[in-house]
Design a protein around this ligand. Structure first.
Ligand code: EPZ
Length: 420
């Protein structure tokens, strides 16, 4: 077990390189099993625990996975030997549900344990199932595993009841090898949805419209391996932008797509921070006082739920009242109790956090209650007076590559230490 120890009070200064997008990579790796010919060479993969988990699951299915370097994997799925993904790794993480769509597309059957993931609310997969059934699959849930089986997958028109990143990507993957055309409506438009569509097209799929409300997939006979580079992580970038403002620093956040960060940049500017966009970077700094703002999370291009928690830390030390309304996940305010231990003045009412900014936070022993909550606590430690310890950092390692190295390079005093 490890923990992070932070001595707060230093402004972050310098440059940080953003890694590939976790939520794109965790769909692209399972989708790589669609290649019945040739290998996939995928780079800009973040070096995080969720990716390590997927590597193990791929190997368990019989794929050969070759780590070329920290961020590049070569996957050979021509050797795949099983359609059964029922392991502890599958149960631990959310994105393992993409194996259902990928195995169903290529082998017309799969047995995959129900996924785990961050405890941020009820996380049903009914929309995934609705999509698979519309394509012609029989879907049953037995002993905690999803079984899917089809004689033949046939294109269909599917209107999702809710906008879901996971269901959009999963059904898009499943439809790539179906007979005829599939039309998906009311889909998610997140940058990682577009990235997965681009990856599928690089393999020979015919997917059009990703990034809009309607995706059209013309089924093809087979898919091949390809070379692909994952897009930069919008959420990791947002986390560093927020940390720069929270510490009243000056940070150049590099290897990003500024367009993907617009909703975050707009809120920081509304607060009084400075954000300067470059071609593939954003410089974030503070000049003058900041003020509280109101935020409501929404599917892309709205304000991302995944940076709401880091944002609440920043707002906890900004003068005035801020209100954050979480509209995607009903339990994504669990970190607020941890922030309160550090002196934050926040009241949670249902999905809303009412934040009255305090002059300073003070260091305390805290814990990461989930992935982004962990990032929120790191930022809290960076701005707090004195020492902060963060426990349960395995949550952070699931999604942020080498977080302490990156913050240290920006001048933070942060150390990872072994704990009992
Ligand atoms: C993805 O989760 C991300 N995870 C989450 O990021 C992110 O918070 C979320 O999308 C929203 O952007 C991955 O990509 C691995 P959804 P996902 O399906 O796909 C409801 C992080 O911090 N819903 O878009 O599970 C659901 O309850 C993680 O990196 C259904 O009702 O989210 C929620 O209210 C945490 N039925 C809403 O839709 C379904 O079948 C959006 O969920 C599916 C979802």
């Amino acid at each position: 077990m490890e923990r992070l120890v932070i001595e707060g009070g230093r402004s972050l200064r310098g440059e940080v390189e953003i890694n590939g997008a976790k939520n794109a990579a965790v769909a692209i790796l399972p989708a790589a099993i669609l290649a019945s010919e040739n290998k996939c060479l995928i780079d800009n993969i973040p070096d995080i625990e969720d990716v390590h988990c997927l590597e193990r699951i791929l190997k368990g299915l019989g794929c050969s996975v070759n780590k070329i370097d920290r961020n590049t994997l070569e996957i050979d799925a021509t050797t795949i030997a099983s359609v059964d993904a029922c392991t502890e790794d599958v149960r631990r993480m959310r994105a393992s549900y993409y194996f259902i769509g990928a195995l169903l597309a290529r082998f017309k059957e799969a047995k995959v344990d129900l996924p785990g993931g961050c405890p941020i609310g009820v996380r049903p997969i009914d929309q995934h199932i609705k999509g698979f059934e519309a394509l012609g699959a029989d879907v049953t849930i037995e002993h905690g595993a999803v079984r899917v089986k089809a004689e033949n997958l046939k294109g269909a028109n599917i209107f999702f009841d809710v906008v879901s990143v996971g269901a959009t990507i999963n059904v898009m993957i499943a439809a790539t090898l179906a007979e005829g055309t599939t039309v998906l409506e009311n889909v998610a438009k997140e940058p990682h949805v577009v990235d997965v569509a681009n990856f599928l097209n690089s393999m020979g799929a015919d997917v059009k419209g990703a990034g809009t409300d309607v995706i059209r997939i013309k089924g093809v006979d087979s898919l091949k391996g390809c070379n692909y580079s994952v897009i930069p992580d919008q959420i990791e970038a947002g986390t560093f932008m927020i940390a720069a403002v929270a510490t009243e620093g000056d940070v150049l956040v590099k290897n990003v797509i500024p367009k993907h960060l617009e909703s975050i940049s707009a809120k920081l500017i509304e607060m009084g921070a400075k954000v300067e966009e470059g071609d593939d970077s954003v410089r974030v700094y503070v000049e003058g006082p900041l003020k509280g703002v109101n935020i409501k999370t929404a599917p892309y291009p709205g304000f991302p739920t995944d940076v709401q928690q880091p944002m609440s830390t920043l707002l906890s030390s900004v003068a005035g009242r801020s209100i954050i309304t979480e509209s995607i996940w009903e339990s994504r305010h669990k970190h607020i109790d941890e922030l309160k231990k550090m002196g934050a003045n926040i009241k949670v009412e249902g999905r809303t956090a009412i934040i009255d900014g305090v002059k300073k936070l003070t260091g305390a022993i805290t814990k990461a209650t989930d992935l982004r909550a962990g990032a929120a606590m790191v930022i809290a430690g960076l701005i707090a007076e004195g020492k902060t310890e963060i426990l349960s950092i395995e949550h952070i390692d699931r999604g942020y590559p080498h977080i302490e190295e990156k913050f240290k390079a920006l001048g933070a005093q942060i150390t990872r230490i072994e704990t009992e």
